[in-house]
Write a protein that binds this ligand. Sequence first.
Ligand code: GYE
Length: 322
Amino acid sequence: MRKTLATFMAAGLMVGGVAACGDSGSGGGDDKITLGFSQVGAESGWRTANTKSIQDSAKEAGITLKFSDAQQKQENQIKAIRSFIQQKVDVIAFSPVVESGWETVLKEAKDAKIPVVLTDRAIDSEDTSLYETFLGSDFVEEGRNAGKWLIEDSKDATETVNIVELQGTAGSAPAIDRQDGFAEVIKDDPKLQIIASQTGDFTRAKGKEVMQAFLKAHQDIDVLYAHNDDMALGAIQAIEEAGLKPGTDIKIISVDGVEDAFKAMVKGQINVVVECNPLLGPQLMDIVKKVANGEETPKRIVTEEGVFTQDQAAEALPNREY
Ligand code: GYE
């Protein structure tokens, strides 16, 4: 069943609200809110859709956007955040490339009284006063949904099911959580065995490269679990070049739900896609307005998502928005 609409879920209210920031605006003397946004990079179809959603909705909301692309490097994100602090933007939002190592720079933002919003990816800091809210998917649940599909699909198998896993960027929240959620569910079925697991950095090129290595090292791969569609799409090329049929000889489970993955599902190359919605822009702009006005926001806002199997792909494809 598809649940299209992103819904809000409050998992606890923040305390105290945000320090007034009207005096720190850099919107050129008018009342326009200035948002500094540090994006992860341009590594995937998901990311392209996410960037477009943020840029379009900033425009729509009349928010001045200072956008910075970190090319998947934490040091670039830290530099961008420091530069936003210097420029005295009203709000800083960012999608942290990895989970750890943010305390220092976020304390600098806090000292400058600039509210910070996390989007898409979480940080692992215990100090939740370093940000106002975190808007994004539940990646552990996505991993669980991938695992549940496999348990059901393999229920009649009598032999071991050999799984290879293409992980996302090392140390990133979606890679850690999608691995954990999947492992948690499949451990209930001893037939399901992960025989190799390696990062493909969420890109097509690396997904293909690592899949080639998996295929060389293992003759008996039954299932590929890819932490995103781009890696799955790269792996499909590797599988075909090895003379095998993706989706049949090797079943493929992927995450995101970009248009190209739906096309691959329609062709029978991907068996199931766990949806992860990148269209966070409109919700983000609402949050930015709220925190800029010192209003309270829920500390955690989760986007709700579905799971799509091959038999649903053709019908769903024309309605996909990314
Ligand atoms: O799944 C992947 C992208 O953080 C949810 O990052 C995002 C992930 C997404 O590169 O395609």
